[in-house]
Design a protein around this ligand. Structure first.
Ligand SMILES: Cc1cc2nc3c(=O)[nH]c(=O)nc-3n(C[C@H](O)[C@H](O)[C@H](O)COP(=O)(O)O)c2cc1C
Length: 104
């Protein structure tokens, strides 16, 4: 059994819809389990992600970057990073944007 966590932020629902589609894709794989985490919720409970074999991160594109909420989540993981606590996990990511460019 592989346990996949999808960690995402979404201000207006588009990235949330994409996150649901990613989660549905995970569940189509034999032996894969999926759990969804809202970035600002799990930022204060990072141990909830320790059991994941893979993490897929999703953020809206805001001003050519990740959203502020998602960056807060990223900053919250700095201790995990320093200890290489998630070193052996697979990782992926996605974003939604209004255009093909970084700023609009
Ligand atoms: C504050 C803000 C900044 C944005 N900046 C960009 C941008 O730099 N490039 C772009 O293509 N779209 C930009 N967009 C459009 C969003 O990326 C797009 O609407 C996205 O689907 C929003 O995702 P969400 O509904 O999950 O919040 C911006 C939207 C907002 C609200």
């Amino acid at each position: 059994m592989a346990f996949v966590g999808v960690v995402y932020d979404s201000g207006y629902g588009h990235t949330a819809a994409q996150a649901r589609a990613v989660g549905e894709g995970v569940l189509r794989v034999d032996g894969a389990e999926c759990r969804m985490f809202f970035a600002s919720d799990v930022a204060g409970d990072l141990e909830a992600l320790d059991a994941c074999d893979a993490l897929i991160f999703g953020t809206p594109t805001y001003l050519g970057s990740a959203s502020a909420e998602f960056k807060s989540f990223m900053e919250a993981t700095s201790g995990k990073w320093a200890r290489q606590g998630w070193r052996d996990k697979l990782a992926g990511g996605f974003t939604t944007s209004g255009g093909y460019w970084g700023t609009s």
